[in-house]
Design a protein. Sequence first.
Length: 204
Amino acid sequence: MLDAEFIKEFPVLFHMTRATAWPLIQKHGLLSPAAICQILGLSKAETQRHLRAYRPEKVPLGDFILRDNKPLRQHNLIRNLEGSGLSCEDWHELLNKRVFFSTKAAFVAKLRQSYLSEPVAIITVDTARLLSAHRAAIEVSSKNNGAARMPDHKKSRDTFLPIRLYPLREKSRIKELTVNHSVLDLKDLTVRVDKLTNWEPFAA
């Protein structure tokens, strides 16, 4: 698939974060857990511990907070990864080295339902500008890779593909766009920021 075809299908992308994170994103950019550990100067051992661990609860790190990964139900994830050569810890680390964007408002609205009791910010980003600035670090996927709700939803390294390798005929199935490590210039790519209070849904 060409970038132009992807942009036509998904002219904007969405990222949901905690409400208080937007000032930090404006200052530091959108950071993966790996990038946060790097900024904080954590040791290799401590970084690996954060990147490879299952987080049933949020983890504060300095001014930052690592979001929980409760939807990665470990008993299902083990089955999702069968035959992939990856362990659950490998999958956690693979995800924790990326930042994630939803391709459709409906997907982020559904994600919002899982965190409805807390205030959030939903950042809408211009796809063309994001691709222009970060093309080499971008991959896409047809799955919600932060969840393991179904035991038969297979996962592997090939779950993520560069846009150019993704079949054009399947473009409408893409759910996620990921950027390796960070998007330091996110504020320059942002179209709007919707700040939602507790129990306020996102209008897709």
